[in-house]
Each structure stands twice: as C-alpha cells, then as structure tokens.
Design a protein around this ligand. Structure first.
Ligand SMILES: Cc1cc2nc3c(=O)[nH]c(=O)nc-3n(C[C@H](O)[C@H](O)[C@H](O)COP(=O)(O)OP(=O)(O)OC[C@H]3O[C@@H](n4cnc5c(N)ncnc54)[C@H](O)[C@@H]3O)c2cc1C
Length: 399
C-alpha cells in the first residue's frame, strides 16, 4: 500500500483499548489508526455485578469511539465479516471494504455450543457477549414485576462464569418481589475444575446458602420449550436458561483465510502475529497463542496489550518485534452477589468481603482509567505508562 499507512484495529477488546488510547503515537509516525467495532465495550469483570444489581449498567460500559478519537485516531461503527489477507482488505457486514497496512484482531469469543433446540430460543441467554447479562437482568425483573410470579432459571456450566452468574441471579431474586429459583448444572463432579478442591467445596456450600440448587454430573443436553433434558435423561423445568459452558474464539477468526484453531482462534506467534502473515496481529480471546494456549480471560488480553502496541509500531518502523511472555498464574476473584468474593491465586484461595472489595477496586480502576482519557481529565500515557514501564523494566531485568 502507498500513502498514509492504515492500522486497522478490529474489535474494541481489552488489548485494543490500550492501543486506541495511544493512537497519537501512530499519528506522529504519519499513520492512521482506525478502530472498528459495532458499539460499546462491555466489561466482563463487572457484568455479573450488573446482573445481580450491584452496579448500574452504565458502570460496565466504555465508549471506544470517544477513547480513540480523544487520542487522535478514528472510529468506525461496523462489523468485519471476512478478511482477504492476500489483498490486505477487510470486508464489512454492510458490504463495504477497508484496506489496511497492518490489521489487528481483538474480537473476543462466543459460547462454544448451545444445547440442542436452544439456538434462537428467546429464553436462552448465552453469557457472551456479556451485554446479554444486562438484558437478562431486565428480563428477570420484568417477569417478576407483579410480585406473584414464580420463575425457574437454570445456569448451565460449573466454571467461574456459570457460578458467578448463578450467584448473581440469586442476588437479583432477593431484590425482586416474586419468587426466583436458581439451579446450577455442572457437567463434572465438582464446580470450578481448575481451582483448588477446598475452594470449590466452599463455593458449592456458599451457593447452597444463597439458595442456588447445585447439580453436579448434570450436563444440559437439550431444551424443549420450558423443559431441559440432561445427558443422563433427567428433566428440569427452566423458564430461562443461561449458558456458560465454555468459550471459543469469535467467528471472524475462521474467516480470514489464515491458519486458525477451532477453539483457540487465529494462530499467532509469540510476537502476536499470524504464523502465516506478519501483517495480521491478534490478541485476547480470539488469538490461539502458539507457544502455549492461554485461558480465555480478559486479564490475558490486558497483559498482551503493551506488547501488541509495541509490535504494531515496530512493524511499521521495520524494527524487531518483541515476544509476549504471559504470566503463569493469575488472580481470579468471583463476585458472589452478596458482597463476598472467592479469590484464587494458583493453589491459594480465600473467601470473604475483602476479596470482593479488592475485585471492586481493580475493576473500577480499570474502567475509570479509560473514562478519564476520553473525558479529557488525563492523557493516556500519564495514566498507564509509568506502572507499565516499571513492569517491563522488571521483566527485562529477570529475562
Ligand atoms: C460472565 C463472565 C465473567 C467473566 N469475568 C471475567 C473476569 O472477572 N476477569 C477476566 O479476566 N475475564 C473474565 N471473563 C472472560 C472475559 O469475558 C473474556 O476473556 C474477555 O472479554 C475477552 O476479552 P477480549 O479483549 O478478547 O474481547 P472482548 O472484550 O470480548 O471484546 C471483543 C470486541 O470485539 C467486538 N467484535 C466481535 N466481533 C467483531 C467483528 N466481527 N467485527 C468488529 N468487532 C467485533 C465485540 O463487539 C467486542 O467489543 C468473564 C467471562 C464471562 C462470560
């Protein structure tokens, strides 16, 4: 391509928020940074809190258009449906096409599979996109509004998202006039398969205390009207079904013509570009990180972001790219809807109000940082770059 190089960021995911906030660095090099997304960024860290009623939905939302424009970049509302990597063109859902010099995908993930008969059913709520949880909050409130209704909600999936969703549905039920019964169906014989067993036991007993009926060995196989059929033949009533049975990369990663992994997404090297095309980058849930597959968690997109940002700039300048070295452990804190949180860090765990306070602080800080940029209170570099510089310097010393 000739003229002013275009860096096209597709999807306002966690990593692209970071790059978008630094659009000025691309503009200073004579490039155009264009962020393309259908609309708002919804933050999963606070989404279950919106479901449970702890936060208003506005607390969970960022405006990526305002963010990138405040930093000197451009925004286009739209959805990319395919990429012609050879011609360096992205095709849009509205029939348009955009050329690029560098393309970066941060388009997230979707629920990998729905039970038979559930697709298109308005009473089925996949947990992705997480904005669905805000709509589920409203649907439950509306149905319980007259104070006499009895509502049965089933959550499929005994991992972190399913447990958080179930706990926050129970919290929502406590604040509504009608009666809400929440059941959680886990396919395995315990909750949170990746967490320490004592933490999973504490979670199961706490959910029971919150009024959630926990069923283990209960794989939801099919939905037929208001009835669920489990894989072992049991039947359950479900007025609403929330599905949290695991994520796979967003569909766009299968429409680029570049190598992809069925669940993981676009196959990327340690430098976060496609193994087949060094002009196409990907980060977050839509990237299958070849050195080692990473959990589909926002925190990995956040940590990859500084490397993505540096490598997009370096790639434009013809400089050497850096490797992303993901952390081997991560802190996870589940919001249990009653003011307590369950925190896990490798084999360590704790449950209580302090864990939830910590989660609340981390999440609010993340959101406030970006809002401060587009409300003009602070420049992106001042807010984020000093702690990041210190982390990178520390890593470089260790390497
Ligand atoms: C209930 C729940 C709770 C969770 N809690 C946590 C948590 O506390 N901590 C944590 O680390 N992780 C959590 N996760 C996981 C987290 O949601 C994901 O890992 C994270 O959102 C992935 O971020 P991302 O940056 O890859 O993409 P996302 O943040 O999902 O952003 C993707 C963006 O791309 C856009 N997009 C998608 N397709 C296209 C397209 N074709 N064209 C243009 N734009 C497109 C979307 O609209 C969206 O704005 C949770 C998940 C769930 C379901």
């Amino acid at each position: 391509m000739t003229g002013r190089p275009t860096i096209l960021l597709v999807g306002a995911g966690h990593a692209h928020l970071h790059v978008a906030a630094r659009a000025a660095e691309f503009v200073r090099r004579g490039a155009r940074l264009l962020l393309l997304d259908p609309g708002h960024f919804w933050y999963s860290g606070m989404a279950t809190g919106v479901l449970g009623g702890r936060y208003p939905s506005s607390a969970d939302r960022l405006d990526p258009a305002a963010l990138v424009r405040a930093a000197g970049g451009d925004f286009l509302a739209g959805r990319v449906v395919g990429v012609d990597a050879e011609r360096q063109v992205a095709h849009l859902a509205d029939g348009g096409a955009l050329g690029y010099d560098r393309l970066s995908l941060n388009v997230g993930s979707e629920v990998a599979a729905l039970p038979a008969g559930a697709a298109g059913d308005p009473d089925v709520w996949p947990v992705k996109p997480v904005a669905n949880l805000r709509a589920l909050h409203r649907a439950v409130r509306d149905r319980l509004a007259d104070g006499t209704a009895r509502l049965e909600v089933v959550v499929a999936g005994g991992g972190a998202s399913g447990c958080e969703v179930a706990a926050n549905l129970a919290a929502l039920g406590r604040s509504c006039a009608g009666s809400l019964r929440v059941s959680l169906c886990a396919r395995g014989d315990r909750l949170l398969p990746a967490a320490p067993a004592p933490a999973a036991r504490r979670l199961a007993s706490h959910l029971a205390r919150l009024g959630v009926a926990v069923l283990t060995g209960a794989e939801v196989a099919a939905k037929d009207g208001g009835t669920l059929r489990l894989a072992d033949g049991r039947r359950l009533r479900a007025d609403l079904l929330a599905v949290a049975t695991g994520l796979r990369a967003a569909p766009l990663t299968r429409a680029t013509g570049l190598p992809w992994d069925e669940r993981g997404g676009l196959r990327v090297t340690a430098a976060l570009h496609s193994e087949a095309d060094a002009r196409v980058f990907a980060a977050g849930d839509c990237a299958h990180f070849l050195p080692r597959p990473l959990p589909k968690l926002g925190v990995y997109g956040v940590r990859a972001a500084p490397v993505l940002h540096r490598n997009l700039l370096a790639s434009l300048d013809g400089r050497a790219l850096r490797a992303y070295r993901p952390q081997t452990r991560h802190l996870a804190i589940l919001n249990l809807g009653d003011g307590t949180g369950l925190a896990t860090w490798s084999r360590l765990w704790w449950h209580g109000r302090a864990a939830m306070r910590l989660k609340d602080r981390i999440d609010r800080k993340f959101m406030a940082g970006y809002r401060a940029i587009y409300s003009g209170r602070v420049a992106g570099s001042r807010l984020f770059d000093e702690p990041q510089r210190r982390t990178e310097a520390h890593r470089d010393r260790k390497a």
